[in-house]
Design a protein around this ligand. Sequence first.
Ligand code: 5RP
Length: 222
Amino acid sequence: MTQDEMKQKVAEAALKYVKADTIVGVGTGSTANMFIDALAGMKNDIIGTVASSEATAERLQGHGIPVLELNEALSQVDSLSVYIDGADEFDSGKNLTKGGGGALTREKIVAAASDAFICIVDESKKVDHLGAFPLPVEVIPMAGALVANVARDLGGKPVLREGFMTDNGNIIIDVHGLTITDARGLEDHLNSIPGVVTNGIFSHQGADVVLMGTPDGVETIE
Ligand code: 5RP
């Protein structure tokens, strides 16, 4: 089975977590795109969706799936019923790194507004320690050099994502070479640097369930 076939299987498996008459948070990336395509078959069952990026909103709307702003959604319901998204890495504690597509901040916001986070990945995303995938940090542009210096002090190699601007008008610094043994501590530490909007460690907003695609089928990790 190819990596795309495994992604397709988990995207379809995630449909069982979509409850009728609720608002669903939707992630960003190639696996989330497959979920969006599958969700189109249920578009009349749900109130609507909240998108974690402009690209996701566009794809949802292309299928005729209603997209609400988060503030609008939370004026109608207390919380989104579920957030469904991919990840760049996950560990045994269901901590994640995300942001390969640069949508980490809105992804974290929508995840925080949801009752449960269902993470959909293929088996290549499973790691012993987060950090092999360069850790994205969204930064207000004037703080770029400051954040890069802190990343170097932590033993990482900061690299500006060239030619990229987030949906929020900020830059991304990808920090290479970190071995993350304390995901929550590093998430908090990086977020405490002035100018950091957020970083791609999802420990506070870790997954509740990981659906992992393998050549033998979909494994559910709870
Ligand atoms: C985007 C993300 C994605 O979830 C992550 O990059 C995984 O993407 P894909 O499903 O394409 O492998 O965090 O910001």
